[in-house]
Ligand binder design. Structure first.
Ligand code: PLP
Length: 402
């Protein structure tokens, strides 16, 4: 094939996607160790089955699809109104945020939304990305040609990195040089830490003053235990004129295999709102009726109770991991308002070497911090999504490793 016809920005991406690199390492280990009993505390996938309320709603919706009068074909690309209204009622009204259903765009995942949203912006703009963070923000901008090439320190040129580390209590400072697009993730994947109201206010004020846009990823908002912490960027005065928010049912309700999420584009951002509508109506077919009915029921009284019970269960596992590592003498962050535990590994070790070490000594898999950005070097991410008993065994092995 003639290589000049392809998008050469893809060549700037280093190796494969983080999780495929890890999967490859595990596979190799299994080939050489046939009896391996690997416990996975790495990939952020959920393990609890769907709640009974969701299953019931899905069965009901399937039955509707079998009858001419209640059959649903192509749905509205922006999502059925019943779900958009339920999202506002369940997520935003209780936190004092008012919203128009037209501002809610239902989709099949936050991953696609955070990756696709950059289509709306010029390739010449400067972006700021937390470091460390979910890799999709950076990778999608690399693919679009909005970055330079990767440097020897692991950073791409032409990108502003918002360092988030123990020194700044995981509250990144404002960019020193001008940027037009700012990604924020709270609770953060991978550090499990939450951005404070003060930090968010600083970014919102900056964005409004400079005419920048904030892309706020709140995929893990439902894990925030402290009600006084901001759950949504729209709790911050001024956010409606500068921020787009992404939310997902993946981690809220175990929809990683079902696929449903939503993005909020305020009507105040009228140009971006009409562009995103155009984007979705052109490039997206909408989420199927059955899934949207399943998502809607999460906000019923019983659905919310069942959903909360599972979240609480994951958070109990998170506390267990935190406490166990702390009692082993390690420093850990996160795990209090997020299903992620950010483990500071022994000084001098590289996080990918630590991955290999943990795999070969304990047969426990985590995620090397450096895979999420250069500031993640020296850290390791464990998740609380795994089976409780398996996690207990993994922690016992880690203690024995000491
Ligand atoms: N945003 C963050 C911060 C994530 O960690 C993830 C998934 O791990 C996503 C978005 C993707 O969510 P979805 O399953 O809705 O695509």
């Amino acid at each position: 094939m003639n290589n000049t016809i392809i998008n050469s920005y893809y060549d700037r991406l280093p190796g494969s996607y983080l999780f495929s690199t890890i999967a490859k390492k595990i596979k190799e280990y299994q080939i050489h160790n046939e009896k391996a009993d690997i416990i996975r505390l790495g990939i952020g996938d959920v393990s609890s089955p769907l709640i009974p309320a969701v299953i019931e709603a899905m069965h009901k919706a399937v039955n509707e699809m079998s009858v001419k009068e209640t059959f649903h074909g192509y749905g509205p690309e922006q999502g059925y109104r019943f779900l958009r209204e339920a999202i506002i009622r369940g997520e935003y009204t209780p936190r004092g945020i008012s919203m128009d259903p037209d501002e809610v765009f239902v989709s099949d995942g936050s991953k696609c939304d955070v990756a696709n949203i950059q289509d709306l912006f010029s390739t010449h703009i400067k972006i700021a990305i937390p470091d460390p963070v979910y890799p999709v923000y950076l990778d999608s901008n690399v693919m679009a040609g909005r970055t330079g090439i990767i440097q020897s320190d692991g950073r791409f040129s032409k990108v502003t990195y918002l360092a988030s580390n123990a020194e700044n209590q995981f509250q990144p400072a404002l960019p020193k040089s001008p940027v037009e697009l700012i990604y924020l993730c709270s609770p953060n994947n991978p550090t499990g830490t939450v951005l404070s109201r003060d930090t968010l206010q600083k970014f919102v004020d900056y964005a409004n003053e400079k005419g920048a846009i904030i892309l706020f990823d709140g995929a893990y908002n439902c894990y925030i235990r402290d009600e006084s912490l901001p759950h949504s960027i729209y709790e911050i005065p001024g956010a409606r004129t500068c921020a787009i928010e992404f939310r997902s049912f993946s981690k809220t309700a175990g929809f990683t295999g079902i696929r449903c999420a939503y993005t909020i584009v305020p009507l105040e951002l009228s140009k971006l709102h009409s562009m995103w509508l155009r984007h979705q109506t052109t490039k997206f077919n909408g989420v199927n009726y059955i899934t949207q009915r399943a998502a809607e029921v999460i906000y019923s009284k019983e659905g919310w109770k069942q959903t909360k019970a599972i979240i609480n269960d994951y958070m109990e596992t998170a506390s267990m991991i935190r406490n166990e590592l702390i009692s082993c003498g390690y420093t850990v962050f996160g795990g209090e308002h997020a299903p992620y535990i950010w483990w500071k590994i022994p000084k001098g070790q590289k996080s990918f070497d630590f991955f290999d070490h943990l795999l070969s000594t304990c047969e426990v898999v985590g995620t090397p911090g450096s895979g999420f950005g250069p500031c993640g070097e020296g850290y390791f991410r464990l998740t609380s999504f795994g089976d409780r008993e398996q996690t207990k065994i993994a922690l016992k092995r880690i203690r024995e490793m000491l």
